[in-house]
Design a protein around this ligand. Sequence first.
Ligand code: ADP
Ligand code: MG
Length: 238
Amino acid sequence: MATIALRDVKKFFGHHPVLHGISLDIADGEFVILVGPSGCGKSTLLRMLAGLEDISEGEIHIDERVVNDMAPKERDIAMVFQNYALYPHMTVAENMAFSLRLAGAPRAQKDAAVNRAAEILDLGPLLRRYPRELSGGQRQRVAMGRAIVRDPQVFLFDEPLSNLDAKLRVSMRTEIKALHQRLGTTMVYVTHDQIEAMTMADRIVVMNGGKVEQVGAPLELYDRPANLFVAAFIGSPS
Ligand code: ADP
Ligand code: MG
């Protein structure tokens, strides 16, 4: 588990400013959702947390350590993407074990981690199947399994449900919340879907145009939006 602190974090692509100075504190074990319209900088911010994107200015701290120059592998963070490309020629178990295999983990450790993830996600009966034999929801659970086997301090999710149909999206919300309750790990989750944010988050960060408009618990934003943008965004049906 880990605390995360952003201190006036900025991002430029060339001369183009994309994040204008984001400051944010995330508590140990918190489930924080970054929400905002397409292009507002959510993915860029998440990628900076993961170490996949340079930080132009400012600092990111994880557990009091400045991680600006730390490689992704050293950060003890696992990321679940929207296009969760599974390796088609590997079984579910092999897909989940892959990162541990790369890290040279011994067989017993890989098996234990895969079995634990399979138990948490109810994937036991599917371990020998191939991705093409799975439904969309099952594939998404395998993608989460790949993250869980690494037993990271922080989980990052970038619109993990946006490729699923509406009904499945609703049940996956519940699954991800249950996963958070079970693991108690710090999670940062990006979505452009305000309903997802309202139903899942401990706290919501509303972003717009590379800035934070408001941070608060779902009901707090709903009852006391800081401005018209937040009121319109939170109040509108997705
Ligand atoms: P979101 O995830 O909120 O939709 P992004 O973080 O993907 O937004 O993008 C924020 C802005 O940064 C957009 O204007 C996008 O075009 C721009 N952007 C993202 N990645 C790059 C890149 N690698 N090079 C140049 N511009 C980028
Ligand atoms: Mg994005």
